[in-house]
Design a protein around this ligand. Structure first.
Ligand code: HEC
Ligand code: HEC
Ligand code: HEC
Ligand code: HEC
Ligand code: HEC
Ligand code: HEC
Ligand code: HEC
Length: 204
């Protein structure tokens, strides 16, 4: 686990790992993508996949079908999620005063695809839908946030897509106002309550 390693060192470490696994990958038989191409044919591909399948599936012998798996993992993973994710992703992304329920439970794969996705952030579903599937109460009523009670704020599940004013290149949805993993503010808020927070996006 790389708690305080700066990003550059993290990359270097990842590439060393990739090099170390390259030999193992050859021993595993034919190139994985010959048969599993669909895993990498989506809009967003996990950078880890470009490092080679063996960086995660180190214990897999694909020379026969069904594949043989060493270690304890059926899919030949070198570790299970979330430990395998923590090999490369800073633990600090998931630490704070308030931790999102599913993150605390280690359910990375409840929200993310480990390989690729049509959605931003490797999300398994369209972003607002992902959140609303678990938070159906928010879908039903107006989302009453401090200072704004008229009819509920847009949530990102409307027909009309808008850009997030504070996160260039990303569609506006729940994560414009909420941190998805952790926050030091209650309700996983990105901003303190009050009109000042509204003005971050509505500067009129
Ligand atoms: C970042 C780590 C990681 C990398 C890199 C990775 N995988 Fe996976 N793979 C996983 C995890 C984790 C699962 C288990 C998913 C689950 O249980 O929902 C998985 C599951 C699978 C499965 C089972 C079907 C499925 O989608 O769950 C296949 C097939 C697979 N991986 C193939 C590959 C191939 C081929 C590559 C290289 C192109 C690759 N993986 C690269 C982590 C990875
Ligand atoms: C010749 C085609 C072929 C190649 C090459 C191949 N696979 Fe597969 N793979 C399959 C098939 C078919 C299945 C589904 C049957 C099964 O579960 O073994 C599968 C299943 C899997 C699974 C899921 C196993 C499970 O228990 O759910 C993983 C993970 C996987 N492959 C990874 C890889 C990796 C990594 C490589 C490269 C080292 C690779 N495969 C190369 C055809 C292939
Ligand atoms: C071998 C290293 C490695 C492993 C293991 C790994 N990742 Fe990544 N991941 C990366 C790199 C490199 C990036 C791109 C740079 C970054 O965002 O840090 C990335 C990016 C991401 C992103 C952002 C994608 C985007 O387009 O915004 C998500 C989400 C993600 N990883 C989730 C996971 C999850 C979940 C796991 C565990 C199943 C995992 N990663 C395991 C290396 C890894
Ligand atoms: C409740 C759903 C959910 C869970 C559970 C979850 N994530 Fe995320 N994750 C997200 C969302 C949403 C984003 C942000 C996408 C965006 O930018 O809009 C994100 C972004 C990321 C990123 C990109 C960097 C960043 O902070 O924006 C990484 C890396 C990542 N997640 C890894 C993980 C790992 C590892 C786990 C498990 C410990 C995990 N996530 C659990 C929803 C989740
Ligand atoms: C897999 C189900 C699941 C998904 C997906 C999910 N959540 Fe959650 N969320 C939970 C659980 C469980 C809690 C904890 C509930 C509690 O403590 O009362 C929670 C808590 C929250 C809270 C804090 C509520 C409070 O009263 O403190 C917010 C805000 C939140 N989620 C927003 C989101 C957003 C935004 C997304 C999409 C990025 C999302 N959730 C996706 C299950 C989920
Ligand atoms: C414009 C900003 C904004 C957007 C967009 C937004 N929220 Fe919130 N949300 C808030 C604020 C602010 C609170 C906290 C209210 C408080 O603490 O009094 C909150 C509270 C919550 C809570 C805690 C329970 C509650 O009703 O107070 C959940 C769960 C939640 N939001 C989920 C979501 C989900 C899911 C989405 C997307 C479908 C979303 N939010 C979109 C600002 C927003
Ligand atoms: C993270 C950015 C963000 C924050 C914070 C935010 N908003 Fe918004 N708000 C938006 C976006 C994006 C839209 C949609 C604009 C569009 O449709 O073009 C919007 C739309 C609105 C609308 C128009 C709704 C409609 O039906 O047309 C009102 C009113 C509004 N916001 C009030 C508020 C108030 C009050 C707050 C503070 C409590 C707030 N907003 C906080 C981003 C934000």
């Amino acid at each position: 686990m790389n708690i305080e390693r700066p990003p550059l060192a993290r990359w270097a470490c990842a590439f060393l790992l990739a090099a170390a696994y390259a030999l193992a990958a050859q021993a595993q038989g034919r190139p994985c993508l010959e048969c599993h191409a669909e895993l990498a044919q989506k809009k967003v591909v996990h950078a880890a996949v470009h490092m080679g399948c063996a960086i995660c599936h180190a214990e897999l012998d694909a020379s026969s079908i069904p594949h043989k798996s060493g270690g304890k993992s059926a899919k030949g993973l070198s570790a299970e999620s979330p430990a395998i994710c923590a090999n490369c992703h800073d633990k600090t992304l998931f630490e704070g005063k308030f931790i999102h329920g599913p993150v605390a439970a280690g359910l990375c794969l409840g929200c993310h695809d480990p390989h690729a996705s049509e959605n931003i952030g490797l999300l398994k579903k369209e972003p607002a839908t992902l959140c609303l599937d678990c938070h159906s109460d928010i879908r039903r009523g107006p989302h009453v946030i401090a200072g704004f009670t008229r009819a509920g704020h847009p949530l990102g599940n409307e027909k009309k897509e808008v850009q997030d004013p504070l996160r260039p290149g990303k569609k506006f949805y729940c994560a414009g106002c909420h941190e998805p993993h952790r926050s030091d503010l209650p309700k996983l808020r990105r901003f303190p309550l009050g009109m000042v927070s509204c003005q971050k996006c509505h500067n009129k």
